[in-house]
Design a protein around this ligand. Structure first.
Ligand code: FCB
Length: 468
């Protein structure tokens, strides 16, 4: 494979590596049928932002604005996946995974007047056919944050019309790519789009007003429901759902106010998205307690569209936060000392994933769950052709065990996708934060599988041989 350094491993070395990552013996995760995959997103890997009629996205504008990303990094070149997709698919195949989660770039697929961009369609058709010919399932996210800038110029997700434009785009994707997709996901992490993009301003489009965030969330979720209808109309056989990021929130305080503050922040992180999707309503404490006056405008019939039954729910999990109550009883972040953290500063807390899954299972009627993202960033470098990412291996193994416990507790969890296939543009943190199983040298575009990739590969080979 040009541009990929592979390491020949003896069977003994493979067994040792697999052991660093393997889920508990006898776990459902080691059985055939459980879907193992790796994940990426268009803007984070593709580059080629001006090619073949691609329109500017909000992330092109945001990352080009001084001070918005670490080191001024942008997705202009990223992993150059737009040109290297074929060898990148070989790389994915070499890992032995069942599935690849990718996202489609809306700005590549539609011209500003809403008509199809045939060059963009041809690119993703080649990619999806390339996966199919390699026997890899394609799990496709329609929107992983790269909104066409021309829609932002008309208000973006603050404009209700964007939800309808999203449904048109979903219909186009379903018509063009049906037969090549195993599972559709409408939005990736609407919480991040709404809160980080419109509430705090750390993500594109960089607005900072909680009222905007609540309204943007409503239009995102409305767009999701309309897009589900469109996917089902044009590709009825393929399961469709959405991906939500979730966060465990606890308190090390001991007053009732501290516990209430933790409950409120967890509601902001999780129930804000999951409750409308799974139970048909917003948690009203969002505007009665957390952000007075920020109640979004909701039209008759919207909640029924948002609450359309899901065929699958993707869960992305990374960390836990600790809070205490401030003088007003509202949550205040109090980072814990002495805990293990990643390159992002995020606490490593596998138990939080089990707790959340069990909690959602008790509270909602859940569709089949897939962990669509979980992984960690570390300051990896290549030494003598090898990347020793011990923390990632240990992180993954502990999270696999947590997932396995949730399955044992009755959660219908059917797959797990590692974030990420390879190091990539980590949004506001640019290229410094490395989430990949595969190391990317951005100057040469050399890919080097890290030890975690080799460990995953070895585990999946054992699974195929019926040894797990
Ligand atoms: C998630 C995003 C993904 C990646 C990981 C680290 O919030 O969905 O694109 O950046 O975080």
């Amino acid at each position: 494979m040009p541009g990929v350094r592979a390491l020949p491993l003896s069977p003994d070395a493979s067994a040792v590596l697999a052991d660093r990552i393997t889920p508990p013996v006898g776990s459902a995760m080691g059985k055939p049928g459980f879907v193992w995959g790796v994940a990426t997103a268009s803007y984070q890997i593709e580059g080629a932002v001006r090619e073949d009629g691609r329109l500017p996205s909000i992330w092109d504008s945001f990352s080009a604005t001084p001070g918005k990303t670490l080191g001024g990094d942008t997705g202009e070149f990223a992993c150059d996946h737009y040109h290297r997709w074929d060898t990148d698919l070989d790389l994915i195949a070499s890992l032995g995974v069942d599935a690849y989660r990718l996202s489609l770039a809306w700005p590549r697929l539609q011209h500003a007047d809403g008509t199809a961009n045939t060059a963009g369609i041809a690119f993703y058709r080649r990619l999806l056919e390339g996966l199919k010919s390699r026997g890899i399932q394609a799990w496709v996210t329609l929107y992983h944050w790269d909104l066409p800038q021309h829609l932002e110029d008309r208000g973006g997700w603050l404009n209700r019309d964007t939800a309808y434009r999203f449904a048109d785009y979903a219909a186009l994707c379903a018509r063009e790519f049906r037969g090549l997709v195993t599972g559709w996901m409408t939005l990736n992490e609407p919480w991040c789009s709404a809160w980080l993009g419109y509430g705090e301003g750390h993500h594109a489009p960089g607005l900072a007003n909680p009222r905007y965030a609540l309204q943007a969330m409503h239009h995102l979720l409305l767009g999701h429901g309309l897009a589900l209808d469109a996917l089902r109309a044009h590709d009825p056989g393929t399961p469709a759902g959405i991906v939500a990021n979730v966060e465990r929130v606890t308190t090390d305080g001991d007053t009732p106010a501290d516990h209430d503050a933790a409950r409120l922040l967890e509601l902001h992180r999780n129930a804000w998205v999951l409750q409308p999707l799974l139970a048909g309503s917003y948690p009203a404490e969002l505007w009665s307690r957390l952000y007075p006056g920020a109640e979004p405008l909701v039209l008759d019939g919207d909640m029924a569209i948002i609450g359309r039954p899901l065929d699958l729910l993707g869960i992305n999990y990374y960390f836990r936060s600790n809070v205490r109550a401030g003088a007003d009883g509202l949550p205040v972040m109090v980072p814990l000392d002495g805990v293990e953290r990643t390159q992002m500063g995020w606490e490593v807390y596998p138990q939080g994933l089990e707790d959340l899954l069990r909690g959602f299972h008790a509270r909602y009627r859940l569709p089949p769950i897939y962990i669509t993202e979980n992984g960690t960033a570390s300051a990896d470098s290549v030494v003598d052709g090898r990347v020793d990412d011990a923390q990632r291996q240990s992180f993954l193994k502990r999270h696999f065990a947590a997932v396995s416990r949730a399955i044992d507790a009755g959660v219908d969890l059917r797959g797990y996708f590692v974030w990420s296939l390879m190091d990539n543009f980590e949004w506001a943190f640019g290229y410094e934060r490395r989430f990949g199983l595969v190391h990317v040298d951005y100057a040469s575009q050399q890919r080097t599988p890290k030890d975690s990739a080799l460990a995953l590969q070895a585990f999946l080979a054992q699974r195929r041989a019926g040894q797990t």
